[in-house]
Design a protein around this ligand. Structure first.
Ligand code: IPE
Ligand code: IPE
Ligand code: MG
Length: 243
């Protein structure tokens, strides 16, 4: 990649969140089984994590399995669980060496005990790393997260008048992670599919028709560059729009 295409550090979004969609269609278009698409998607995830470290992104949140994905055929669900386990086995040491801190958002309870333990061990191993925080959304749903937050506030006896944005933020799975600046969705669907619905209230969106396994470093850099050209107003008016 030429230097001019390399995103400039001062404009990099602090937190990028990605809906990694289109693995199935990528495989189908090649006459391969859907799981081959998920494997290719995982290979691409490696590239995007490394590029995130290189570009200076501080938080990367990836949508890997939604609360609605349980509705898929059993064989696909099993395959996805297996791939998740494999990724931890194969990639953990290198990610740890590169200073990546792994976190999980969503519910671990529903996962097999062996996989759950692997995730918890990986979180423990990497907890002091600071180069990049990688939030893995696995068995994650935005609505489920809000329910989780409400339940915990009620259990703690939080009084109604104490409930405000900060209080809710502190009870979400993403506690400690700033809101995403940029949400990327591959494969062209124009919907949130229940991803970070609270946190993305003022995120910028980049939606591309490219299927996730083909969303490489070049296009990632393009997405980051597009972000730097956006005018984030947060409901206000920017200076140049005053007469
Ligand atoms: C995204 O790819 C990965 C997961 C949801 C686990 P899909 O499997 O949704 O691929 P398409 O959308 O069917 O092409
Ligand atoms: C969103 O993709 C979930 C993940 C990428 C993990 P889906 O493929 O499940 O979303 P829909 O069904 O097209 O909305
Ligand atoms: Mg999909």
């Amino acid at each position: 990649m030429g230097k001019s295409q390399q995103p400039q550090p001062e404009n990099i979004p602090q937190h990028v969140a990605i809906i990694m969609d289109g693995n199935g269609r990528w495989a189908l278009s090649r006459g391969k089984p859907r799981l081959a698409g998920h494997r290719a998607g995982t290979e691409n995830l490696r590239r995007v994590i490394r590029a995130s470290v290189e570009f200076g992104v501080k938080y990367l949140t990836i949508y890997a399995f939604s609360t609605e994905n349980w509705g898929r055929p059993q064989a696909e669900i099993k395959g996805l669980m297996h791939i998740f386990e494999n990724v931890i086995d194969k990639e953990l040491d290198e990610l740890h060496q590169e200073g990546v801190q792994l976190r999980h958002i969503g519910r671990l309870e529903k996962l097999a005990p062996k996989l759950r333990k692997k995730v918890l061990d990986a979180i423990k191993l990497t907890e002091n790393n600071t180069r990049l925080v990688l939030n893995i959304a696995f068995n994650y749903g935005g609505r489920d997260e809000i329910i989780y937050a409400i339940q915990n506030m009620l259990k703690e006896g939080v009084a109604p008048e104490e409930v405000n944005i900060e209080m809710v933020n502190n009870h979400l799975f993403t506690v400690g992670t700033p809101d995403p600046d940029l949400v990327i969705r591959t494969s062209g669907e124009l919907r949130t599919s229940n991803f970070l619905i609270w946190q993305s209230a003022y995120s910028e969106w980049y939606i591309t028709p490219t299927y996730w396994p083909d969303f490489g470093k070049e296009e990632y850099a393009k997405a980051l560059k597009t972000y730097t050209e956006r005018d984030r107003r947060f409901g206000g008016v920017s200076d140049e729009h005053y007469d």
